[in-house]
Design a protein around this ligand. Structure first.
Ligand code: FES
Length: 217
């Protein structure tokens, strides 16, 4: 893990509340790993690492002052990483993601054989090369008619995770969890999740877990 300062290069609006943020610098990381970025009030937020237009990039959903600052005002952003465990699977996989994970999908495409399905609550405002479904009804319809893959990875909201688990239970399916993280290094215990083998921490044991390892009730 390293401390660094990233220089914002440009932002691209993806939908109503989500942007892709591109950086000048490069960082070595494995697909699935994340960074903790610092906002002005010293609140650190986790962002899964990825690529866009050949630049290091994150996807950021504006949920409050910190993410608004990252998208609209920041020029240089301090952080540390890469953190968490990388992910690698053979065979053909399907990534089922929200727009907040678009840049992560690019990182997976570099090292794995994957298709990508994007589910967005609101219309997409930039051209995407991925299959995209808008709204809950269309997303549910799509889930019911998915072709067979060797494995699946879901990364999005908690409700997206739950509905995907209902449709894909019994298959090899993984979830990249986006629990609140305070430190990213196993010190604060704010990212604890219940699993079949006891309490685990998303930042150090994950962030990607197999679906049948997680407690869903
Ligand atoms: S974020 Fe602090 S222990 Fe996981």
């Amino acid at each position: 893990m390293e401390r660094f300062c990233l220089t914002k290069k440009k932002t691209i609006r993806v939908n109503e509340d989500t942007w892709i943020v591109l950086f000048e610098e490069q960082i070595d990381f494995s697909p699935g790993q994340f960074v903790m970025l610092e906002t002005p009030k010293l609140v650190r937020k986790p962002f899964v690492l990825g690529w866009w237009e050949e630049s290091l990039a994150i996807s950021a959903q504006v949920k409050g002052e910190g993410t608004k600052w990252i998208v609209e005002e920041a020029e240089k952003i301090k952080g540390h990483g890469p953190l968490g465990n990388g992910f690698k699977r053979n065979g053909k996989g399907l990534l089922i993601i929200s727009p907040t994970c678009l840049t992560m999908a690019k990182a997976f495409e570099r090292t794995m054989n994957v298709d990508v399905l994007v589910g967005s609550r609101t219309p997409i405002l930039t051209p995407l090369e991925y299959e995209t479904v808008i709204g809950n009804d269309e997303f549910l319809k799509k889930l019911s008619s998915l072709p067979e893959y060797d494995w699946y990875l879901v990364s999005g909201s908690r409700s997206m995770e739950k509905v995907c688990w209902e449709h894909l239970r019994g298959k090899e399916v993984y979830f990249s969890l986006e629990e609140y993280m305070g430190c990213g290094i196993g010190a604060c215990k704010s990212c604890a999740v219940f699993t079949e083998s006891g309490v685990k921490h998303v930042c150090t044991d994950g962030p990607i877990f197999r679906g049948d390892e997680l407690c869903w009730s």
